[in-house]
Write a protein that binds this ligand. Structure first.
Ligand code: M6R
Length: 631
């Protein structure tokens, strides 16, 4: 959350900063700001606005700020409301130090109290503002030692200050005393340095850099760096200088274009047939000798043979994908599997069990809760000492170059392409596919399913792309019509069972996050234990009824809702039993195992159309950010 861009070099800073911030706006859009060292006066010029980046761009359109060194920020509010006074950069009382920060300074109140006692006046409600004041105080102390005003002095000052900070941060600092220098540092929040032609550009994420260069130096945790137009010095937390080679960005910046779609979310829903095609091409290979399909991974899978149980760590939509995955891994592959909220796992982990595979799932690869939980699991398993407790890890992510991509060496890249809409759609779909791949792989190595059963599942997966195209064609318009009738509802209940229970949760999450309508997903059989009290004619029920093991039960649960006057929407193929629905969103008949991959599409479309009909900002819903980098 929050996006940082910082630049030093020979090119004009302002356009570089605004361009970079544009690519990071998915990280937060509560406010935005920049600070630049004026090339003639050497003073810091700062400009901040509330709301989206376009407000800052408009505000700056008539202004020419000459300068080649600057920092910029797009904010997702944690401490302090989304107002101009809380927007970054934050500046010290003398106006000579400017700071942008991502993360949370947990001990800011203590630090603030001390600074206030010393007479420092605060202008914001943020945790960040303590940092420029502390750096200025440190620079004052250093000046008494007769240190020169240069980047190295700023580096020392920042290093001294961050040693007093608790919490997580990525930060970039300007000081008018060293007008061509920039100091950046990180702890548990990402920061990447791009080596451009004539400039170094540092940012929270690669899209902000990819327009300028594909050569990057990711800063490691607890590192600090001094950047000047002449070079970069990186130091670790022991103040040891670090030397390492830059790396190439794996994918050059992809064209992020809405095409003819009104919103990115709709385009991304429509990308799903291609997501399926890509997955099939990337991960499914046919053995030319025996004609059998196998899942192809970019890492040695030998270690999976000794796995006896699986734990999956994820948040939000990724957790829902993990729940479908868990169902597959247990029911299809026969491996006991548990799914945990990353934010809970870290503080109440399950007892250490031997021969466990830990799977971290994160679209962005930057979710702080997931990073921290994986980190904790690696540490506690490593110190357990016994071989059978060793950490066995896989990460499923859309950003192999992300923090999680660097934290875990066995990566399943979901290859969904950049997803701009804050509501995850095609990446959820691609995460699901990754779990189908894992389930097939485990079923093959553990022999939990006959080759025929495995082949049946693979055949169904191969049939997906045209089925998805068909679904999109059928349901785009019908869900738009349905949205017309439902855009004013207050509550919606989503029901599903078995492998489709997580799809009910995901359907509810999609609706609430973009339309701000209260929605809750339940296992259909659980409704009678409480949620049924909510039902009346004002509360529609969306019931996922895929033929298979629990079809009749789901239909009976739907009957119970109908008896309470709820309007019933079915996500099901047209078959005996589905006449009960007031409205049927028809799904092609399929094997129950693959039904989640089809059922999710009309739910995404329905949420999208309801939010669009309500005139909401579908791609950047209020209070959310694409990448949640605070705990
Ligand atoms: O990048 P991650 O997959 O780790 O993100 C996890 C959640 O923050 C994310 O899925 C969130 O729930 C989305 N807004 C869902 O649409």
């Amino acid at each position: 959350m929050c996006g940082i861009v910082a630049v030093t070099g020979y090119k004009k800073a302002l356009p570089l900063l605004l361009n970079g911030l544009g690519k990071l706006e998915y990280r937060g859009y509560d406010s935005a700001g920049i600070a630049i060292i004026h090339s003639e006066t050497k003073n810091i010029v700062c400009n901040k606005t509330e709301g989206k980046l376009k407000n800052l761009i408009n505000n700056l359109s008539e202004k020419n700020i000459p300068g080649t060194v600057g920092i910029g920020h797009t904010r997702w509010a944690t401490h302090g409301k989304p107002e101009v006074k809380n927007a970054h950069p934050h500046i010290d009382s003398s106006g000579t130090v400017a700071v942008v920060q991502n993360g949370i300074i947990e001990n800011f109140q203590d630090l603030k109290n001390k600074l206030q006692k010393e007479g420092i006046i605060f202008n914001s409600d943020t945790d960040t503002e303590v940092i420029p004041h502390l750096i200025q105080r440190e620079l004052n102390t250093l000046s008494k030692l007769k240190l020169e005003n240069n980047g190295s002095t700023l580096l020392v000052a920042v290093r001294n200050v961050i040693s007093d900070l608790e919490g997580s941060y990525a930060l970039a600092v300007l000081w008018s005393g060293a007008p061509s220098s920039l100091v950046v540092a990180r702890r548990q929040a990402p920061l990447i340095i791009g080596l451009g032609e004539g400039e170094f550009i540092c940012a929270s994420d690669t899209p902000a850099i990819a327009n300028f260069t594909n050569i990057i130096l990711p800063l490691e945790d607890e590192e600090i760096a001094l950047l000047t137009p002449l070079g970069i010095e990186i130091y670790d937390s022991n103040n040891e200088r670090q030397y390492r080679n830059p790396v190439s960005l794996k994918v050059s910046e992809q064209v992020i274009d809405k095409m003819n779609f009104k919103h990115f979310m709709l385009k991304e829903i429509y990308d799903q047939p291609d997501t399926a095609k890509n997955w099939l091409e990337n991960y499914l290979i046919k053995n030319s000798e025996n004609g059998q399909y196998q899942i192809k991974y970019p890492f040695d899978t030998k270690f999976l043979e000794s796995i006896a149980r699986i734990e999956i760590i994820a948040c939000g939509t990724s957790k829902h994908a993990a729940m479908v995955g868990s169902f597959l891994l247990e029911q299809f592959s026969g491996i006991p599997t548990n799914v945990y909220y990353a934010s809970e796992f870290r503080y109440s982990p399950p007892p250490l069990l031997p021969n466990t595979l830990t799977i971290g799932v994160s679209q962005s690869g930057e979710t702080a809760d997931t990073i921290a939980a994986i980190d904790m699991e690696i540490k506690r398993r490593s110190i357990a000492g016994d071989e059978k407790f060793r950490p066995n890890l896989i990460a499923i992510t859309n950003r192999s170059e992300s923090s999680i991509g660097r934290q875990v060496s066995n990566i399943i890249d979901i290859c969904a392409g950049i997803e701009v809409g804050v509501a995850a759609t095609k990446t959820f779909f691609a995460q699901l596919l990754s779990f189908y791949g894992l389930a097939i792989h485990f079923a093959q190595i553990k022999g939990s399913q006959s080759p025929d059963e495995i082949k049946k599942l693979i055949t169904e997966l191969i049939k997906l792309p045209p089925l998805l195209e068909d679904l999109l064609e059928k349901h785009d318009q019908s869900s738009e019509k349905l949205a017309h009738d439902f855009f004013n509802i207050k509550d919606v209940i989503f029901l599903g069972r078995g492998i489709n229970y997580p799809i009910a949760l995901e359907g509810a999450l999609k609706l609430k996050e973009i339309s701000y309508i209260h929605a809750a997903g339940y296992p259909a059989g659980e409704m009678k234990h409480g949620p049924i009290a909510l039902l009346d004619k004002k509360v529609p029920v969306i019931s996922i009824a895929s033929p298979g093991e629990v079809f009749d039960k789901v239909i009976s649960n739907a009957q119970e809702a109908k008896a309470r006057d709820s309007y019933l929407i079915g996500i099901a193929p047209e078959c005996n039993g589905t006449e009960i629905f007031d409205y049927l969103m028809k799904i092609p008949s399929s094997n129950e195992w693959v039904s989640p991959l089809l059922n999710i599409v009309p739910l995404q479309l329905l949420s999208y159309h309801i939010a669009a009909h309500r005139g909401l900002d579908v791609d950047q819903p209020r209070n959310l950010a694409k990448s949640v980098t605070v705990e």
